[in-house]
Design a protein around this ligand. Structure first.
Ligand code: SF4
Ligand code: SF4
Length: 450
C-alpha cells in the first residue's frame, strides 16, 4: 500500500489520494484494539438498526478501521460510505462494556474521508452550501427574508402541492425542516452585559449558537432570563461565532479549528466563571476544543481553559442553588415528555439534570418514552446528507414520544426540535415542541403556556 510518511504529507488533497488512511492523525490502533468484538453496541446503534448491516454498526466500522490501518482494506468508495452512515450519536460509547472510545475513532476518520475520498459533484455542491452557510449566522441572515417570503406568500404551500421538490430529494430534506421564520431575530441585539436580578453570585458567558440565534431565539431569551433570575450576571460577547459543531462532525478540520479559535478569543477577556450553552450539540463540541485544537501549540492551553468553564445550561442550573420561585404553567396537570438529545445523553452524560429541573415545575407530569437513548435522526446535518435513514429514525422517535400521551415535547437541541417538528407534521400531530429552559422561564415569570 502506498502510504506517504509524515514528512511527505502535504496539505493539498489532490497529492494525498492514497488507498489507506494518510499519516495525519489516523484512527489510533491502540483504541481500535480495545474493541473485543462482543457486539453489545449493535442493538443501540441507530444506523445498524435501520440498515441492518454489520459494516454500518460500530463494530463493523472498527473492523474497517483496523483493516485500513493494517493495509488489508482501502479507504475508497466501498468503505467510506460506512463511515458516512454513522450518525455520530455516541450511543455505542455509552453501551460499550470495554470502554472503547469510538468518539475519538470516528473523529479521526471523518477528516481522513474528507481529505482522501473524492465526492461526486452534487455531493460537493451540497456540502459546500452547508459548510459555507450554516455555521455563519450573518450569511444565513441574508436568506431569512427570502425564506420568510417563501412561507408567507403561499409559495411553500404551492411547492408542496405540486410535489416539485421530489426531483431534488436533498433540497426537499432541507426544506422539510424549515421552521416558521420570525423576522424579529434579524435585528436582535443582546447587550454585552445583562445584570443579575438581585444579588450577583456568578458571572457567566452565554453562547448564542447559529441555528438557535436565528430560528429559536426565544430559547436564548429564556436562557438569559432564567440565568439572571438565579443570580447570574450574563456576558454575551458580540464577536462569538459558530461553535464549530457542524464542520467538526463532518471532518472539516481547518474550518472547525478556525471557528473554535474565534470562540475562544471572543471569551478571552470576559473574566466569566462559566460559559453556558443551551444546545446539546454545540455544548458537546465546546467541550471538545482541546481535541479539536490538539495540534495547535498556541491555542491548546487556551482551549483547555475554555473547556474547563463550559457548562450545559441544565448541568449548570442543577449544580447551583436554584433560587427563582416557580409557578404552574398550566391550570391543570400537563404531561411533558423529555427527549434526550444524543450529544447531551451520550456525549456529555447529562440526563438527570433536565428531568430534575422540569419536575420542579408545579403541575408538570414527566413522561418517559420507549427507546429514549436512540437518535432522532437529526445528528447535525445527517438528516440532510442521509435523508432515508434519518426519516426512519425521525418517524420512530416521534411515534415513541407520542405514545407516552404527552401534550408537550421538551427538547434540548435545535436540530432535534426541527427533526421532531417535521415528523409531527408528517404524522399530522399538532403538539408543542419547546426547550426545557423555556418551560422553566414560563414558570419563573408565572406565565401560562400558550
Ligand atoms: S456513533 Fe451512533 S451511529 Fe455511529 S456507530 Fe456509534 S451508535 Fe452507531
Ligand atoms: S465497540 Fe465495545 S460494545 Fe461494540 S463490539 Fe467493540 S467492545 Fe463490544
Amino acid at each position: 500500500m502506498n502510504i506517504p510518511n509524515t514528512s511527505e504529507f502535504k496539505n493539498n488533497p489532490e497529492e494525498n489520494i492514497i488507498k489507506g488512511f494518510d499519516f495525519k492523525n489516523p484512527p489510533s490502533q491502540s483504541l481500535v484494539d480495545q474493541c473485543v468484538h462482543c457486539g453489545f453496541c449493535l442493538s443501540t446503534c441507530p444506523s445498524y438498526r435501520i440498515m441492518g448491516k454489520e459494516m454500518d454498526s460500530p463494530r463493523g466500522r472498527i473492523y474497517l478501521m483496523n483493516a485500513i490501518n493494517k493495509g488489508e482494506a482501502n479507504l475508497d468508495d466501498t468503505t467510506a460510505p460506512h463511515f458516512d452512515s454513522c450518525l455520530g450519536c455516541l450511543a455505542c460509547v455509552s453501551t460499550c462494556p470495554s470502554g472503547v472510545q469510538y468518539d475519538q475513532l470516528i473523529a479521526a476518520v471523518r477528516p481522513q474521508v474528507e481529505r482522501n475520498q473524492p465526492r461526486n459533484l452534487w455531493e460537493k455542491f451540497l456540502r459546500s452550501i452547508i459548510f459555507n452557510l450554516f455555521p455563519y449566522a450573518q450569511r444565513l441572515k441574508i436568506f431569512l427574508p427570502l425564506l420568510w417570503f417563501y412561507q408567507v406568500s403561499g409559495l411553500q404551500t404551492l411547492v408542496k402541492k405540486i410535489g416539485f421538490l421530489k426531483y431534488f430529494p436533498r433540497i426537499a430534506s432541507m426544506e422539510s425542516i424549515l421552521p416558521p421564520i420570525n423576522l424579529k431575530s434579524l435585528n436582535k441585539k443582546y447587550p454585552d452585559i445583562i445584570p443579575s436580578k438581585g444579588e450577583k453570585k456568578y458571572r457567566v458567558g452565554v453562547v448564542l449558537g447559529c441555528v438557535q440565534r436565528l430560528f429559536f431565539d426565544s430559547v436564548n431569551e429564556a436562557t438569559v432570563r432564567v440565568l439572571t433570575a438565579n443570580g447570574c450576571e450574563v456576558v454575551i460577547p458580540k464577536t462569538q461565532g459558530c461553535c464549530a459543531a457542524l464542520p467538526a462532525h463532518q471532518g472539516q478540520e481547518n474550518q472547525a479549528q478556525s471557528l473554535a479559535r474565534q470562540m475562544i478569543d471572543s471569551f478571552a477577556d470576559t473574566e466569566v466563571d462559566y460559559i453556558i450553552i443551551n444546545a446539546a450539540g454545540c455544548g458537546h463540541t465546546l467541550k471538545e476544543y482541546h481535541h479539536i485544537l490538539a495540534d495547535d501549540p498556541q491555542y491548546l492551553s487556551k482551549a483547555k481553559d475554555f473547556v474547563s468553564k463550559v457548562k450545559d445550561i441544565h448541568e449548570f442550573l442543577a449544580q447551583i442553588e436554584f433560587t427563582a420561585q416557580l409557578s404552574p404553567i398550566t391550570t391543570d396537570q400537563v404531561k411533558v415528555v423529555y427527549q434526550d438529545a444524543c450529544h447531551l445523553l451520550h456525549g456529555q452524560k447529562i440526563s438527570l439534570q433536565p428531568r430534575q429541573l422540569l419536575q420542579k415545575i408545579p403541575n408538570l407530569e414527566l413522561k418517559e418514552p420507549l427507546d429514549n437513548a436512540l437518535c432522532c435522526g437529526s445528528a447535525g446535518v445527517y438528516n440532510l446528507l442521509q435523508p432515508e435513514v434519518a426519516n426512519e429514525l425521525g418517524e420512530q422517535k416521534v411515534r415513541n414520544l407520542l405514545n407516552t400521551g404527552a401534550e408537550i415535547i421538551a427538547s434540548p437541541n435545535p436540530g432535534c426540535s426541527l427533526q421532531i417538528m417535521k415528523h409531527l407534521q408528517l404524522q399530522e400531530k399538532n403538539i408543542k415542541v419547546i426547550h426545557p429552559i423555556e418551560l422553566l422561564d414560563y414558570a419563573i415569570r408565572g406565565q401560562m403556556l400558550q
